[in-house]
Design a protein around this ligand. Structure first.
Ligand SMILES: C[S@@+](CC[C@H](N)C(=O)[O-])C[C@H]1O[C@@H](n2cnc3c(N)ncnc32)[C@H](O)[C@@H]1O
Length: 264
């Protein structure tokens, strides 16, 4: 069985359990570890000690009120360096949970997640995606791993969404997010995905901007929590979780903040 089908089985089992019992699903027993749990053990070993509440992936999916026959997703399959498929599905679920029309992504890279987010939005939806251009990248202070991604971003001949049906829903924005002015997006964005610079200064600036940009009832998601390449992300988010209700989703490197919502 593939890992993805493990996740699907976990979700289906959780949904059935909820339907049968008329209540929220419980996680599968850890006494019979699946590949999912084995993977989560190795990932949680990578994660730093955290005050943040861990949740299982199904706890996001069960926030969806759509009937099962309406839970379709069309995705560009991620490649190396992009999000994992499960992370993509979780972001798409967050779009649906917030009924997103306006999404903002910090860090376009090759545009794969931008495309997947745009395809998840209604026809009048819009994804703003922000990355460095050649002039703002000159002299930027970056983590060395981020510098390699920026080179790939600037060197690509075409972003993944170019020429697709979703392209018309996407606005590309450029600059150094550390210094950019995002005031025109104040309280107006349904879902913000923070996946730009992973150094402490940039993740701090992007997060502070995101809390100003998110609309009431919206969602902020962060990538690379627990990624050993980027320890600043976990340090920053762990500290933030003492003041804000963040959760991290096991088996992934995603953290979520759903404004005004508790996850059970
Ligand atoms: C991890 S990649 C983004 C991956 C993308 N979100 C995806 O899911 O495919 C990080 C991107 O952030 C960009 N970036 C890094 N520092 C930045 C900054 N200060 N301002 C804007 N973009 C930045 C990099 O150029 C790179 O393309």
């Amino acid at each position: 069985m593939t890992k993805l089908s493990d996740y699907v089985m976990e979700f289906v089992a959780a949904s059935l359990h909820r339907q049968v019992r008329g209540q929220r699903a419980i996680p599968p027993s850890k006494d019979t570890p699946s590949a999912v749990f084995r993977e989560s053990v190795s990932l949680s070993n990578m994660c730093p000690p955290t005050a943040m509440r861990p949740i299982r992936p199904y706890q996001i999916f069960t926030l969806l009120d759509d009937p099962p026959n309406a839970r379709f997703a069309t995705v560009k399959i991620p490649q190396r360096q992009d999000l994992k498929l499960l992370e993509t599905f979780l972001l798409i679920a967050a779009c649906r949970i917030t009924m997103a029309r306006r999404v903002f992504e910090f860090g376009t890279f090759l545009g794969s997640t931008t495309l997947n987010l745009a395809m998840a939005l209604p026809a009048d939806g819009r994804v703003y995606t922000f990355d460095l251009d050649v002039s703002s990248a000159a002299g930027v202070q970056q983590h060395p791993a981020d510098a390699r991604l920026t080179s790939q971003h600037l060197g690509t001949s075409s972003l993944d969404f170019v020429g697709t049906v979703a392209e018309k829903k996407i606005t590309t924005l450029t600059g150094n997010s550390l210094f950019a002015d995002f005031s025109e997006y104040q309280s107006s964005i349904d879902l913000i995905f923070i996946d730009g610079g992973h150094d402490f200064a940039t993740i701090t600036a992007d997060t502070e901007n995101a809390f100003r940009m998110v609309r009431p009832g919206g969602c902020i998601a962060w990538h690379d929590f627990g990624n050993p390449t980027y320890p600043d992300v976990a340090v920053y988010l762990n500290e933030l979780s003492l003041r804000r209700k963040l959760v991290f989703v096991e088996d992934t490197m995603l953290c979520f903040y759903f404004e005004g919502r508790d996850i059970h």
